[in-house]
Design a protein around this ligand. Structure first.
Ligand SMILES: [Zn+2]
Ligand SMILES: [Zn+2]
Length: 291
């Protein structure tokens, strides 16, 4: 599908770009182009959905000539070249060939004194406000179609559509994986060893996380249903996955230091199985080297 950026379409020629004319293709009705509008939204909007107002460029009736294209006091006149038919016929042998009248462009009317505001176009650039309903659960790449809000059709053809292209901005706290959210949370040395409960912020209120005793850095704990809503499954939510990081205490005061030293003196292999397993491997390795 090819989309035309709505701002490029309307403002492109100002910057020397633009896509050129739409083609003066003669013939039947032609559907208008589909326009694209890029919209950046937050994860909070993904959670709750919203109604966003957007202002888009559009062609509006010229308020000086009220759409006639003629200067005040004058009006469109019947084209003298085609007598208002919009076509001229030329004879070629036995055939009579009809061509679009070049003098009036096929409209059958000409404007002798064009309106200075719109240079005889009857329309000029303006803006309109549209309300875009963003359903909960959208993701980057989701397209929302506004039917009939694209480019105007030619020769009574239907208007194109306007597509809102969603881009979800990065969140400082949560990483998104589909409907699941991942959040890194530091826990204290003692929380990790003893276990406990802590409050975790989520996008739809707080969640209470149970930390089991003996939790290691990198452990992932899930808060079921505290993630994002599924786009096509109303009422179903993903999980909030908490990745725990054990924070080693720093800047110990005298009392804390004493306690840690006391703790160190009574720690044994049973309380540190990973360290024990590593030391065993080191011992085996050194034995092999020695023999
Ligand atoms: Zn005008
Ligand atoms: Zn004409």
């Amino acid at each position: 599908m090819v989309f035309v950026d709505i701002f490029e379409e309307f403002f492109g020629d100002i910057f020397g770009g633009g896509r050129g004319g739409r083609g003066e293709r003669a013939g039947g009705p032609q559907r208008g182009e589909d326009f694209r509008y890029d919209m950046s939204i937050s994860l909070e909007t993904v959670m709750n959905g919203s109604e966003e107002k957007i202002r888009i460029p559009t062609m509006v009736e010229c308020d000086t000539c009220h759409g006639s294209g003629a200067k005040a006091g004058s009006g469109p006149e019947t084209c003298p070249t085609c007598q208002g038919m919009g076509q001229v016929r030329t004879q070629q042998g036995f055939f009579s060939i009809a061509r679009t009248c070049a003098a009036c462009g096929g409209r059958g009317k000409i404007i002798r004194n064009p309106c200075p505001s719109c240079r005889g176009q009857g329309r000029k650039r303006g803006e309109k406000t549209l309300t875009v309903k963003i359903p909960p659960g959208v993701d980057t790449g989701t397209r929302i179609r506004l039917s009939g809000e694209g480019g105007a059709g030619l020769a009574n053809g239907p208007a194109g559509d306007l597509y809102i292209m969603i881009d979800v901005a990065r969140h400082p706290m949560f990483e998104r994986y589909g409907a699941d959210l991942l959040c890194q949370v530091p826990i204290t040395f003692t929380q990790a060893a003893l276990g406990g409960k802590m409050e975790i912020p989520s996008l739809n209120g707080k969640g209470r996380l149970s930390i089991p005793a003996g939790t290691q850095t990198g452990t992932r704990l899930a808060l079921r249903g505290k993630g994002l809503p599924h786009l096509n499954r109303p009422g179903v939510f993903g999980d909030l996955v908490v990745e725990v990081r054990v924070e080693t205490p720093v800047k110990l005061n005298k009392r804390q230091r004493e306690l840690f030293e006391e703790l160190a003196s009574c720690c044994d292999d049973d309380s540190h199985p990973e360290s024990k397993s590593f030391l065993d491997k080191v011992k085996d390795f050194l034995d092999k080297v020695a023999s």
